[in-house]
Design a protein around this ligand. Structure first.
Ligand code: 15L
Length: 315
């Protein structure tokens, strides 16, 4: 089935969001002719990417090159050296976010942060505690002390992974983490809410599905996000003039999505990609493979099935 497309008026050159907009993507409360992205933008001079050595971080380092005057990239491991040129200044930093004194130096002079640092999958409680609880707290608290105004945070579909695939969920559902990792992501959303309400930092919490140039299996057909769509979402998080605390799904415009991502569309998100063109080949590659019934039933997939010991599958 092909999704019908309409062309948006090219009214927003700065953000480059004048992409073809699938009719199915538009929330019922929005008309495609509504201006959903105000003309004013929040100015970001220096933007920091934590976890810049990971897959998403390396990609954003490229796609955000020259978008902001200064892009500071940081990771606990060494990164490629800063590049010279006329496409903005790069600053390269090496920091372990579990070390508060180092984190304070990392965030000095930063207007906005894209926080990707920490552990990016299931792990021991000790590692999750260090990277995703203590490390996360250090980044938010140091950002508060440094006067940072915006944080775009990589939360995850695993904060809500125990919702069944038969249910469409939006940004208002209560967390149903599927792992220690998922719990740390639910914690990150709660800590963001606190720092938004109590300290006025604007947060865009992006519940990322699976980031990559193409979906890698049948589950990812429902949760995939392309590099250009994630770049767009990150820029909304940093530049939209009116963000207090928002949760959105970091997914492309996938026909097989399990999410009602109307909150992202309300903020002006217009994803350009859809996993559907990859569906036939992806499904064919999996044909005949054994499937775990728990992984297949829930959105979090194998994160739900791993270490599962309950006698009954939850509703
Ligand atoms: C995530 O949150 C992970 O960071 C990523 O590595 C994938 O496992 C992804 O979820 C997924 O669910 O595919």
């Amino acid at each position: 089935m092909t999704t019908p497309f309409r062309q948006l008026p090219a009214r927003d050159k700065y953000h480059g969001l004048e992409a073809a907009l699938p009719v199915s993507a538009v929330s019922t409360t929005l008309s495609v002719n509504d201006t959903v992205w105000p003309e004013e933008k929040t100015m970001m001079h220096r933007v920091l990417i934590t976890g810049a050595g990971g897959g998403i971080g390396r990609s954003l380092r490229e796609t955000l090159r020259g978008v902001y005057p200064v892009l500071r990239v940081s990771d606990r491991v060494p990164l490629a050296p800063a590049r010279a040129g006329n496409e903005g200044i790069e600053e390269v930093d090496q920091t372990d976010i579990a070390d508060m004194a180092a984190v304070e130096k990392m965030v000095a002079g930063v207007d906005g942060i894209i926080h990707l640092g920490g552990i990016s999958g299931e792990n021991s409680w000790e590692k999750i505690l260090e990277g995703n609880i203590v490390g996360l707290y250090n980044v938010f608290e140091a950002a508060r002390r440094a006067g940072t105004t915006r944080i775009v945070m990589a939360t995850s579909n695993h904060a809500v992974g125990f919702y069944p695939r038969s249910q469409t969920i939006d940004h208002r559902v209560v967390p149903r983490p599927d792992s220690r990792y998922g719990v740390s992501k639910a914690f990150s959303e709660a800590l963001a809410s606190l720092y938004a309400d109590k300290h006025g930092i604007g947060f865009l919490c992006t519940r990322i599905g699976n980031f990559g140039t193409k979906p890698i299996d049948s589950r990812r057909l429902s949760i995939w996000i392309s590099p250009r769509d994630y770049t767009q979402l990150v820029r909304i998080g940093l530049e939209h003039p009116d963000i207090h605390f928002e949760i959105v799904y970091g997914v492309s415009n996938n026909q097989r999505s399990w999410y009602d991502n109307s909150n992202a569309y309300r903020l002006g998100y217009r994803p350009q990609d859809d996993s559907e063109p990859y569906a036939a080949a992806t499904l064919a590659a999996e044909a005949g493979q054994p499937k775990d019934p728990i992984a297949e039933r829930y959105q979090g997939g194998t994160f739900c099935a791993d270490e599962f010991t309950a006698e009954k599958q939850p509703d």
